[in-house]
Design a protein around this ligand. Structure first.
Ligand code: NDP
Length: 301
C-alpha cells in the first residue's frame, strides 16, 4: 500500500511518520520541496495546483493530511491564508482522493462547536465555531464529506507532542522562573498526545480500508477531562515529585475573560468518544498517562 502523508513535520505528522511505517510505503511531504522516489515534490498547501500534481504523481491508496494552519489567534487576521490551507487544500485532496478511489484521513477540532454547556460533544451535535480557525476547519470537513471520497476525519483537542514546544513544557519553564503563575481554569478539555492520535489513526485506517462502512467523522481524545489550570498543576506537581527545582509557589486560577486573545476560545472542549471506541474496539487511556510519558521524556526520567 502507498500512503501520501502531508504535514510530516508537525506534532501529529511526525508521529504519523513512525506509526504509518508498518502499513506500507509512506511518501512524506512538508511545505518545502522533498526529494522522493517520485521526484522532488512539494506539499505546500497554499499552492493548490502543485498539491493536486503531487497527489497525481504519487497516486496513493491513502492520503493522510496532518498539515494545517494551526495559529488560532493569527487566523483572525490571516483569514485568506488560513482558509486556503484548512479548507481549500482539503477540497483538492478530497477531489483527488475520490478520483483515485483513495482513503483520505484528516484531523479537525472541537473548535467546530460553540463551546457552550458542559456536555461532551457528540459527532451529530450542531456545529457553531467561535473563531475563524474553527470556521476554516469546519469548511475543510464539509468539503471532504461532500466530495464522496472515502474518509476518516478525527476531531480532537488540546494536542501536545514530546517533540517541540507544548503547554506542559511552557508551564515547566515558567515554573522555574516565576513564583506565581496565572492559568485559565474555566476552559475544560482533554490533552491529547500526538502519539495516541497516530496510533489510533493506523488502527482505524486498517479497519476502514477493509470495511468502508466505518468511514466518517469521529471524536478522538483520551479519557477524562481537565482545565488548563489543573493540567498545569499536574505537570508542576509531577516535576516537583521527580526532583525538579522550581521557583513557583502559587498557581492561580483565572477566568478566560481575564486573558483576552484575538480569537475567542470555547469553554467546553469535551469530546464524546463513544463512536470511535465502539467502531474500532478501542480502549482510550486517561489523559494523565500520555502526559506523564511526555513529561518523563521532557525531564529525562
Ligand atoms: P502543527 O501546527 O504541529 O503542525 C501543522 C503542520 O502543518 C506543520 O508542520 C506546519 O508546517 C504545516 N503547515 C502549515 N502550513 C502549511 C502549508 N502551507 N503547507 C504545508 N504544510 C503546512 O499541528 P498539529 O500536529 O498539532 O495538528 C494536526 C491536526 O490536528 C491539524 O489538522 C489541526 O488542525 C488539528 N488539531 C490540532 C490541535 C492542537 O491543539 N494543536 C487541536 C485540535 C485539532 P510549519 O511548521 O512549517 O508551519
Amino acid at each position: 500500500m502507498k500512503i501520501l502523508l502531508l504535514g510530516k513535520d508537525g506534532q501529529v505528522g511526525w508521529e504519523l511518520q513512525r506509526a504509518l511505517a508498518v502499513t506500507g510505503e509512506v511518501v512524506a511531504l512538508s511545505r518545502d520541496p522533498v526529494a522522493t522516489a517520485y521526484g522532488t515534490l512539494s506539499g505546500d498547501l497554499t499552492n493548490l495546483e502543485a498539491l493536486r500534481e503531487a497527489i497525481r504523481t504519487v497516486s496513493p491508496q491513502v492520503i493522510v493530511n496532518a498539515a494545517a494552519y494551526t495559529s488560532v489567534d493569527k487566523a483572525e487576521s490571516e483569514r485568506e491564508l488560513a482558509f486556503k490551507i484548512n479548507a481549500s487544500a482539503c477540497k483538492i485532496m478530497a477531489e483527488e482522493a475520490h478520483r483515485l478511489d483513495a482513503m483520505l484521513v484528516h484531523y479537525s477540532t472541537d473548535y467546530v462547536f460553540s463551546g457552550k454547556g458542559e456536555r461532551a460533544w457528540a459527532e451529530v451535535d450542531e456545529v457553531a465555531p467561535v473563531n475563524y480557525y474553527g470556521e476554516t476547519k469546519l469548511q475543510g470537513e464539509r468539503w471532504i464529506t461532500a466530495s464522496g471520497c472515502k474518509h476518516l476525519i478525527f476531531r480532537t483537542s488540546w494536542v501536545y507532542a514530546a517533540r517541540g514546544n507544548n503547554f506542559a513544557k511552557t508551564m515547566l519553564r515558567l515554573a522555574r522562573q516565576r513564583q506565581t503563575l496565572s492559568v485559565i481554569a474555566d476552559q475544560i478539555g482533554v490533552p491529547t498526545g500526538a502519539e495516541l492520535l497516530a496510533d489510533v489513526t493506523v488502527h482505524a485506517l486498517q479497519k476502514a480500508l477493509q470495511d468502508t462502512q466505518l468511514c466518517g467523522i469521529y471524536h478522538l481524545a483520551p479519557a477524562g477531562e481537565t482545565s488548563w489550570h489543573e493540567y498545569a498543576r499536574y505537570v508542576i506537581e509531577f516535576a516537583r515529585i521527580n526532583g525538579e527545582r522550581l521557583e513557583v509557589k502559587a498557581i492561580t486560577p483565572i477566568v478566560t475573560t481575564e486573558y483576552p486573545t484575538p480569537a475567542s476560545r470555547p469553554l467546553n472542549s469535551r469530546l464524546n468518544t463513544k463512536k470511535v471506541r465502539d467502531a474500532f474496539s478501542l480502549h482510550l487511556p486517561d489523559w494523565q498517562s500520555g502526559v506523564t510519558r511526555m513529561l518523563m521524556e521532557a525531564l529525562n526520567k
